[in-house]
Design a protein around this ligand. Structure first.
Ligand SMILES: Cc1ncc(COP(=O)(O)O)c(C=O)c1O
Length: 445
């Protein structure tokens, strides 16, 4: 793990002077549209630690937004990347192909839900994978409509912004958006009007009724859903909701696209979040954790759907770049060798009791939720009215940062603190991070 001592060290205020100087240069050179949540400039990272340019060592509860699941600079990833970069860096798979792309597609066929025959296509980013999943679904079904959920996040390109539910900061002033996108309610247990026990059944009933009345089953190419919503606030649908949606899709000739870009590759304690309930999507999009930090994304699906697209209809100059593929093979090897689904479940076992203890102490913690190493707390100013408290959320987040703990916020209402530690984090750093979080809470409420 890159030889970094697994210890938090604060040499300076956070951010320190070297980071501050770099941030001044950033402001003069980088678009203001690209903002930084915690402007410490990173020099090295590994295990559960980020080392910044001032020599501070921060505890990472973010994994670069759920990417470095195997850890930063994970040894098998580094070895494979170095060897591949020395061999060749690019040919374009569509021109003169190479084995690493095929090996990643084979691994995806093996690991993704379902034992049917599968095919994959590789891309560079999550948004690009989602765009292509929609292209494939439309081509295979001959239908146009796509159904997406409240609180969804699918990316920042035009089509994926259109699928994304939240205006600020993702969509504001960026319209017009793509057509033939329809939005339905999400099964959000904490905020379900008649209570969590009714959520699965009622949310499904609303989904089915709205698609029938407003879109028409026969016009619907696909339903796209994050099995646990990411940017929308780690909303975990109640058991039974996803299976009902999957059954409805099958009964109506509608393709189910599981967007597992944030949840996939061991993050939730299974290889994929769909595995939790045995849901088998027709198409699955992956990215983030797949390649230990290198840009790689994929659409994997039923062979007959993926092969319905005409030759040349899918691709791109860099999609499935050989160095990114080598990284993915190293990451997947690590996940298997180190049983990272099991490690994610151990992280859940360590976090959840602590978060629940905090929730018992602070009424502002309205909900503790998530699965595996994808966990969150939702903050409210009034526990009965469940009034979102984005100001407290921002204050706790900031207080964590000041103590050298990298935390992230999320949620449609900006009132969710989310925890996505690398699965290479030792327990003592996770515990220390939770202590810091608790201290930040005590100081902020
Ligand atoms: C569920 C989901 N879909 C799509 C995306 C977009 O991925 P990318 O940022 O790689 O384009 C994200 C990124 O956060 C995501 O969480």
């Amino acid at each position: 793990m890159t030889g970094i001592e697994q210890r938090r060290i604060l040499n300076t205020a956070i951010p320190g002077p070297r980071s501050a100087a770099l941030q001044a240069r950033k402001n003069a050179a980088v678009s203001a549209g690209v903002s930084t949540g915690l402007p410490v400039y990173v020099e090295r990272a590994g295990g559960g630690i980020l080392v910044d340019v001032d020599g501070n060592q921060l505890i990472d509860f973010g994994s670069g937004i759920a990417v470095t699941t195997v850890g930063n600079a994970a040894p098998r990833v580094v070895e494979r990347v170095q060897a591949q970069a020395a061999d060749f860096t690019h040919t374009c798979f569509m021109v003169t192909p190479y084995a690493e792309y095929v090996e990643v597609a084979e691994a995806l066929a093996e690991l993704t839900p379902g034992d049917h025959e599968k095919r994959s296509a590789l891309f560079n980013s999550g948004a690009e994978a989602v765009e292509n999943a929609v292209k494939i679904a439309r081509s295979a079904t001959g239908r146009q409509a796509v159904v997406a959920f409240d609180h969804a996040y699918h990316g920042r390109t035009n089509l994926t912004m259109s699928l994304t539910a939240k205006n600020m900061p993702y969509k504001h002033r960026f319209g017009p958006f793509a057509g033939e996108i329809y939005r339905v309610p999400m099964a959000y247990p904490y905020r379900w009007p008649t209570g969590p026990d009714n959520c699965a059944e009622e949310a499904f009933a609303q989904f089915a009724a709205q698609v029938h009345a407003q879109v028409g089953e026969e016009n619907t190419a696909a339903v796209i859903i994050e099995p646990i919503q990411g940017e929308g606030g780690f909303v975990v649908p109640p058991d039974g909701f996803l299976t009902r949606v999957a059954d409805w899709c099958r009964d109506n000739g509608v393709l189910l696209i599981a967007d597992e870009i944030q949840t996939g590759f061991c993050r939730t304690g299974d290889w994929f979040a769909c595995d939790h309930e045995g849901v088998v999507p027709d198409l699955i999009t992956t990215a983030k954790g797949i390649a230990g930090g290198l840009p790689l994304a994929a659409v994997t699906g039923r062979a007959e759907i993926m092969d319905a697209v005409h030759p040349g209809g899918l691709g791109g100059t860099y999609g499935g770049n050989p160095v990114a593929c080598a990284a993915a093979l190293g990451a997947i090897e690590t996940m298997k060798a180190e049983d990272l689904p099991g490690r994610a479940r151990a992280v859940e076992a360590l976090f959840v009791p602590r978060l629940r203890e905090m929730a018992a102490k602070y009424v502002q913690i309205g909900d503790v939720r998530g699965r595996g190493a994808m966990l969150a707390i939702e903050l409210v100013s009034d526990p009965v009215a469940k009034t979102p408290d984005p100001a407290l959320t921002a204050a706790v987040n900031k207080a964590c940062h000041a103590e050298g703990l990298v935390t992230l916020t999320a949620g449609t209402y900006g009132n969710v603190l989310r925890f996505l530690p690398p699965l290479s984090s030792p327990d003592h750093l996770l515990t220390e991070g939770l202590d810091i979080l608790e201290g930040a809470f005590a100081a902020s409420v």
